[in-house]
Ligand binder design. Structure first.
Ligand SMILES: [Zn+2]
Length: 356
């Protein structure tokens, strides 16, 4: 039985990037933070600014696999995003109803967001990381290069889950630069989560390898639950994906219980029932908070766009200045060269994010 057909109602399959791809994102973030705090880019510089597509840019989308009906349904679902703010998607739809395709032998980006359905799970690179060629190992099928997927909706081409609309919105909001609501540092989730097993819990798994309550009704905590089917996460990965993000550069609004960016977790994730961290909607449509966030990042108004463009201009020229001149005093270390190429890739991705 394949992975997808083993999933049952109530399983939570987290969206997350493959580990080797996530590692390249962390290396890049560390490098850019270092530039930012050393003053090269100025104090106003924030990583999330770097990940925003330039307001007004037409964002091209292409598909690796799946049929036109699926592509049309995704494009239709995303109409809610373009209706809400200044984002414009271009799916390359033809009069015959076919949509733009990309391939794993492309040498140039066929599209900014390259969608696939053939990998396990759901994930997306955040914002313009989608076209940053330093993201993802060169041999991976996921990353910012032209021949790599930037967004995956695993299994949708075979069978869509009942929640496919919410998942589609969630992943495309990542692709526009959004992060998870449960990691909102103004939100209640970290203290509301049930991290540890009930005292005396005897590890018990079903025939798929999912951790379940033991014969005394004691329940696994989050760490144990996520170590089993279908996520198989170690503790570090749980912390990375569930604990609060302290990045001072994140654009963060108030915690929004109706956001498509807030997961509906199984009840064993929460200390209390009801939990202040639990969604209060069905997560299948954009919330008012999501719409406000979209308008903040991608305003419709010309003067607001112009001020964002001016900021992006400054960041890009600072990156371009930082890239060629950074050497670690005389002899350049291998680390210095790697850092420089990361900064060059970030600048190149910003140039792509402004074109078209
Ligand atoms: Zn997500």
């Amino acid at each position: 039985m394949d992975f997808f057909s083993q999933l049952q109602d109530g399983d939570i399959l987290f969206d997350n990037l493959p580990d080797d791809v996530a590692a390249t994102v962390e290396i890049r973030n560390a490098k850019l933070q270092e530039l930012s705090y050393s003053g090269d880019l100025g104090l106003e510089f924030v990583v999330s600014d770097l990940r925003r597509w330039l307001p007004g840019k037409v964002i091209k989308v292409a598909f690796l696999d799946g049929d036109s009906d699926l592509h049309l349904d995704i494009a239709t679902t995303l109409q809610k995003v373009t209706d809400a703010c200044g984002v414009v998607f271009d799916f390359g739809e033809t009069a015959a109803g076919d949509f733009r395709k990309w391939t794993e032998s492309d040498a140039e980006h066929a599209a900014d967001i390259r969608v696939s359905f053939d990998k396990k799970g759901y994930f997306s690179l955040v914002g313009i990381d989608s076209v940053d060629t330093s993201i993802g190992p060169p041999t991976s099928r996921v990353g910012g290069r032209p021949n790599q997927a930037s967004l995956n909706l695993g299994g949708f081409a075979v069978q869509r889950p009942a929640t496919w609309r919410g998942t589609t919105l969630h992943e495309f909001l990542h692709a526009l630069g959004f992060h998870h609501s449960h990691q909102n540092m103004r939100g209640p989730c970290q203290v509301s989560f049930r991290w540890e097993d009930d005292p005396g819990y005897q590890p018990t798994q079903d025939n798929r390898g999912a951790f379940i309550a033991d014969s005394n009704g004691r329940r696994p905590g989050i760490y144990t639950y996520l170590a089993g089917f279908p996520n198989f996460w170690n503790r570090a990965k749980v912390d990375h994906n569930l604990k609060t993000e302290e990045d001072p550069g994140l654009v963060i609004g108030p915690f929004d219980r109706a956001s498509v960016m807030l997961y509906r977790f199984p009840s064993l994730f929460y200390k209390t029932e009801p939990s202040p961290c639990a969604p209060n909607g069905d997560g299948q449509a954009l919330s008012e908070g999501d719409v406000r966030g979209l308008r903040l990042l991608y305003p419709d108004e010309q003067n607001e766009r112009e001020s964002i463009v001016a900021t992006q201009d400054e960041i890009l020229s600072a990156l371009e200045d930082a890239a060629p001149t950074r050497s670690e005093g005389g002899e350049e270390s291998a680390g210095g060269a790697v850092g420089r190429s990361i900064v060059e890739s970030a600048a190149a991705a910003m140039r792509v994010s402004r074109s078209g």
